[in-house]
Unconditional design. Structure first.
Length: 262
């Protein structure tokens, strides 16, 4: 049976854009944007035995948070916020380990271009990746960064150059493969890479060739490794439908060095 609803935020402001994740010990964690401090601020909550315990993330002003939990229980939260000097949105990330929040870091590092809608994924080995949508003239690109022991890597373009790309998603259910999905106009694109540090993303492939007015993209990987997509698109000029597609598990690619015996 479903339980009765329980108030999570319990704040005086407006609470929106929640993200939910479970820790390896079965704990439940949530983040959301909340206006209680007077401007949109990222709040974190943890489910206790009786009620949710919550509070603002230190120096965590912003909106549209994303949440991931590493296998050792470390929390990673990403969000977007405007720089005071330029008014341009940047992507920030902060981590919480052993009950203490670290100082938020700017990951996108593009002070002249808007960086929006971050998404996070961690795998069972603790590898973590972040993707977001970044302004490029009159269009957008999908960019990515990887967390290494010494910090986050410099951002790199993940999407095809010269196309307007949005709705970036990142996920991993395998210890070996990370996968990214995004929309380039009416086309859904897919890219995968090994989980090894500093590995290269493989060549992008087309997941769906024509979907008019793509929005609300959701993706997951099942226990067998198959990738599943659901998205909203126009069936006719005025009617939207939800569409579904799947991909067989992504195999690991290998490199074989030939040996010439003379």
């Amino acid at each position: 049976r479903w339980s009765l609803p329980q108030v999570v935020s319990r704040t005086t402001g407006v609470s929106t854009s929640p993200a939910l994740a479970a820790g390896p010990d079965g704990s439940l964690h949530a983040v959301w944007a909340d206006t209680t401090p007077g401007r949109s601020t990222i709040y974190y909550g943890r489910k206790g035995d009786v009620a949710w315990i919550n509070g603002p993330i230190p120096s965590g002003a912003g909106s549209y948070p994303a949440l991931a939990v590493a296998p050792d229980g470390e929390l990673l939260v990403a969000w977007q916020d405007r720089l005071a000097e330029t008014g341009v949105f940047e992507v920030f990330c902060a981590s919480r380990k052993d009950g203490t929040w670290g100082v938020p870091q700017i990951i996108s590092d593009s002070p002249q271009r808007h960086s929006l809608y971050p998404k996070l994924a961690c795998n069972s080995q603790g590898n973590c990746h972040l993707v977001w949508q970044e302004e490029a003239g009159y269009t957008y690109v999908i960019r990515s960064a990887e967390r290494l022991p010494g910090g986050w890597t410099s951002p790199r373009d993940l999407s095809d150059p010269g196309t307007d790309c949005r709705l970036g998603r990142i996920l991993s259910r395998s210890t070996n493969i990370f996968q990214a999905i995004w929309a380039c106009g009416p086309v859904l694109r897919h890219r995968a890479r090994p989980a090894d540090s500093r590995a290269f993303w493989w060549q992008a492939e087309t997941a769906q060739s024509y979907c008019e007015g793509i929005s609300d993209l959701a993706v997951t990987i099942d226990a067998g490794g198959a990738t599943h997509l659901i998205w909203s698109a126009y069936q006719t000029a005025s009617q939207r439908q939800l569409y579904y597609a799947r991909r067989d598990p992504v195999p690991m690619q290998g490199v074989f060095i030939p040996i010439v015996i003379g």
